[in-house]
Design a protein around this ligand. Structure first.
Ligand SMILES: NC(=O)c1ccc[n+]([C@@H]2O[C@H](COP(=O)([O-])OP(=O)(O)OC[C@H]3O[C@@H](n4cnc5c(N)ncnc54)[C@H](O)[C@@H]3O)[C@@H](O)[C@H]2O)c1
Length: 347
């Protein structure tokens, strides 16, 4: 049998596939459109593996997806493909509607007839804690049963796709699993996102911009811990169930920035002897910016025995070192269309 991964050339998908090929003896097909966020270079180490097949396609092309599911007798579809950047969803929501909502519905339609032939088929939908909205400082972390209150167009598009996935489970009996993960960090993270942006701006001598007062709280999870949780949910999760995944590592953005700067001060000190922390600047807040996210992972821990293995400070150090060791990767993904987008944002 085979698994089909969508969006496997992106940040989390490529980490997932690299680990899958290393740890699991089962072929994997990676269906990816290679948008600005998708980079085949993330998978260069496994590109020649007989276990790996790359298919350049759009998740909205349901016919193509259906053909792949049947031809390769796919037993599980792990759905990462998405437009994933909140800022981009504010300046241009339509591609989020198209990929995250329409794309997911096309995958579900393709999966339905296939599942009727492959009865132990699973559809694993990788979603986010952002669908639950924002927490007050003293509120308990989100549990799986929390009400959806998405605030950004990105979160709303993911919420809509979650509802479709759930509905295909309820209405047709498709064996679906949904995960809600908190903020990930680690290798191959596109440098528009906070942690790689801080690292790259710092060593390029640029400002380290933080929205508003920099006190927004996110619950950080090292990407390998997310990938391991997904393998466990796929293997042992109950169809129709949702699972929260999070690092229990709540940090204010300003704390994250200071941690990154402290590592850089240690491993690549500034030539003028000052701290990278001096480059931190507060900028105008993002509209509708959620104040705090945090997830309660009791269900995943008690039912499936998962727990995060990477602690935050050591994970950040590992991540900073990875970016310092991979300047060519950073240069390749931040050229072309990314530069044009940044120029438009800050014009
Ligand atoms: N990054 C996080 O912290 C985080 C946290 C929780 C959940 N998630 C979810 O995990 C998934 C992966 O996130 P990521 O950070 O790796 O995203 P990413 O932006 O790094 O990668 C997205 C991938 O999807 C591909 N893609 C986009 N549109 C496509 C289309 N129409 N057809 C086929 N491929 C397409 C891109 O080429 C890219 O390879 C997303 O669904 C996201 O909502 C991410």
């Amino acid at each position: 049998m085979t698994i089909l991964v969508t969006g496997g050339a992106g940040f989390i998908g490529s980490n997932f596939i690299n680990e899958w090929i290393e740890q699991v003896d089962e072929p994997v097909i990676n269906l990816d459109l290679l948008t600005y966020a998708g980079n085949p270079d993330n998978l260069r180490e496994i590109a020649g593996s007989p276990q790996y097949l790359f298919v350049h396609a759009n998740i909205c092309d349901g016919e193509r997806v259906g053909e792949l599911l049947d031809r390769y007798e796919v037993r599980a579809l792990i759905h990462f493909a998405a437009e994933s950047h909140v800022d981009r969803s504010i300046s241009g929501p339509q591609s989020f509607v198209q990929t995250n909502i329409v794309g997911t519905s096309r995958l579900l339609d393709a999966a339905l007839p296939h599942w009727r032939k492959v009865s132990d088929f699973r559809f694993l939908h990788v979603s986010t804690d952002e669908v639950f909205g924002s927490l007050e400082p003293d509120e308990a972390p989100f549990v799986e049963a929390c009400t959806y209150k998405p605030n950004s167009p990105y979160a709303a598009s993911k919420a809509a796709s979650d509802h479709l996935v759930r509905a295909y489970g309820q209405t047709y009996g498709l064996p679906v699993l949904i995960t809600h993960c908190s903020n990930n960090y680690g290798p191959y993270h596109f440098p528009e996102k906070l942690i790689p942006l801080l690292i790259n701006n710092a060593i390029s001598g640029k400002d380290l911009p933080l929205y508003g007062d920099g006190r927004q709280v996110r619950d950080w999870l090292y990407v390998a811990d997310h990938c391991r949780a997904l393998r466990m949910v796929l293997a042992e999760g109950k169809p129709g169930q949702t699972y929260n995944i999070g690092g229990s590592a709540e940090r204010q953005n300003i704390e994250v920035a200071r941690t990154v700067c402290a590592v850089l001060d240690d491993v690549r000190p500034r030539q003028d002897g000052r701290s990278y922390g001096d480059q931190i600047v507060l900028v105008r807040d993002r509209p509708g910016h959620d104040r705090r996210y945090a997830v309660d992972t009791t269900k995943l821990r008690t039912e499936l025995g998962w727990e995060p293995l990477q602690n935050f400070d050591a994970g950040i150090e590992k991540t900073v070192r990875w970016y310092l060791e991979h300047p060519d990767w950073v240069a390749s993904v931040t050229g072309g269309t990314y530069r044009e987008w940044v120029a438009r944002q800050y014009a």
